[in-house]
Structure formats: C-alpha cells, structure tokens
Design a protein around this ligand. Structure first.
Ligand code: PXP
Length: 242
C-alpha cells in the first residue's frame, strides 16, 4: 500500500499570517493520522515562514506514524535534524524568493549535499532526495551512497494542462525516472502540486511507495474538514496502488 504523508506547512502558514497560536499544525497532524495518513511532513524553511522549530520538536513527540522533515542541506538544519531525530529527512533546494520549492536538487558528488547525506545517515536518520524526474539525477542520487529514497518532483506534471499531450509527456518522464529508481535500488516517493484531480496517474507509477501532499489537501480541508480531505485522498491512492 502506498504511504500518504501529509504536508501540514500551510496550516502553519495560516497561523503565521496573524501571529496567533492557532491553527496549530500539531492538532492538524493528529487529525490527519486519525483519518488515515501514514505520516506527517513538515518543511522547516530557513526563513521560518510557516513551520517553526517548536512545531518540529512537538511533532516528534506526538506523531505516531512517520515524521518526515524537509529541509535544505545546511549545517543549521543538520544540527536541528540531529537533535530532533525525525524518521527521515527529505533534502530540498531552497531559495528565499520562491513561493514554494521550485525545482529538484542539483545532485553531484563531493559537495555539501553529499556531506549532509552522510551526516544524517551517521545519525541514524533516513535520507530522501527531492529531485527532478530524470534518470540521470536518480542515478547520481544512488551514487552518493546513503540515500534510501528519491522523491520525484511532480510539479511540471501538475502544471501541464489536464489531459494535454504535455501532461502525458510529463507522466512518461515520471515513469522513466520511477524505473530508474527501481534499477538503482532506491525507494520511490513523489510529490508537489498533487491534488484530487491529478493524483491518480501518479499514484499508479511503477514501484511508488510514498506520496507527500500538502497544499491541495489543506485547501480542501478548509472547505470540507481535515478528516474528509484525508479520507478522500486515501480512496484515490488505494484505488491505484492497492
Ligand atoms: N514534497 C516536497 C519535497 C515539497 O517541498 C513539497 C512542498 O513543500 C511537497 C512535497 C508538497 O507539495 P504541495 O504542497 O504542492 O502538495
């Protein structure tokens, strides 16, 4: 069964907008898990625009399933990860001006990324890399050593007009990268921009094990409630990947 990790950053976005104590992402995480999520994903950004250090610490104590900490490959974040010890870290590129993570990591040997990957592994923390869906980037990720999972960036697929030739092309790109991950012995995740309308083909990717979904889900939860929003996603995922 494909695991669903709900990204609750945007619950924190609403809180930070007014500097209140609510809505608390910790409460949202409890509801997501009660509704069938397998884990919780949070992105602690350098500028702390949504998730705060306190959230990550409290979630470590309260999340019953998997806690996935998304972070940039920096020494500051590495220190936090070593203290908090999430189940795994997803390393992402980060750019202060961006609204959300825009592209996948540049994966090359001998740099900061490789150093952070190995430091996390040494600390007993699993590592996932958020990458563009390209076989050569999948292979470069495997060559770093220590990487257990690659999360394929589904943003280009999600931006393509529904049922367009471009959407089909982007899906084929994801499929090729998925096969490369299997060949390289890496676990496969996917995420970014997924919602109720575009999710099914991605959930059907060969070998897919986990999905990270945030904005589309939180947007739906605002209208119909968190429980129903998670349940509806689960139905789509289980139909494809069951
Ligand atoms: N995966 C990664 C690595 C991300 O950075 C994000 C956005 O924070 C997501 C998944 C979730 O994307 P979305 O909020 O568009 O569902």
């Amino acid at each position: 069964m494909i695991r669903l990790y709900v990204n609750i950053d945007h619950v924190a976005t609403i809180r930070q907008q007014r500097g209140t104590r609510y809505p608390d992402p910790v409460a949202a995480a409890v509801m997501c898990e009660l509704a069938g999520a397998d884990g919780i994903t949070v992105h602690l950004r350098e500028d702390r625009r949504h998730i705060q250090d306190r959230d990550v610490r409290v979630l470590r104590e309260t999340v019953r399933g998997v806690l996935n900490l998304e972070m940039a490959a920096t020494d500051e974040m590495l220190d936090i990860a070593r203290q908090v010890k999430p189940d795994f870290c997803t390393l992402v590129p980060e750019n202060r001006q961006e609204r959300t993570t825009e592209g996948g990591l540049a994966v090359a040997p001998g740099g900061t990324l490789e150093r952070v990957v190995h430091a996390l592994v040494d600390a007993g923390i699993g590592v996932s890399l958020f990458i563009d869906p390209e076989p050569r980037v999948v292979e470069a990720s495997a060559r770093l050593g220590g990487v257990g999972t690659v999360e394929l960036h589904t943003g280009d697929y999600c931006l393509a007009p529904p049922r367009s030739p471009e959407m089909l092309r982007q899906l084929q790109r994801l499929e090729m990268a998925a096969r490369a991950a299997a060949d390289a012995g890496l676990r496969l995740g996917a995420g970014h921009g997924l919602d109720y309308a575009n999710l099914a083909p991605v959930a059907g990717l060969p070998g897919l094990e986990e999905l990270n979904i945030g904005h589309g889900l939180v947007a739906r939860a605002v209208l119909i409630g968190m429980h129903g929003a998670v349940e509806e996603l689960r139905v789509i995922i289980d139909r494809q990947g069951g």
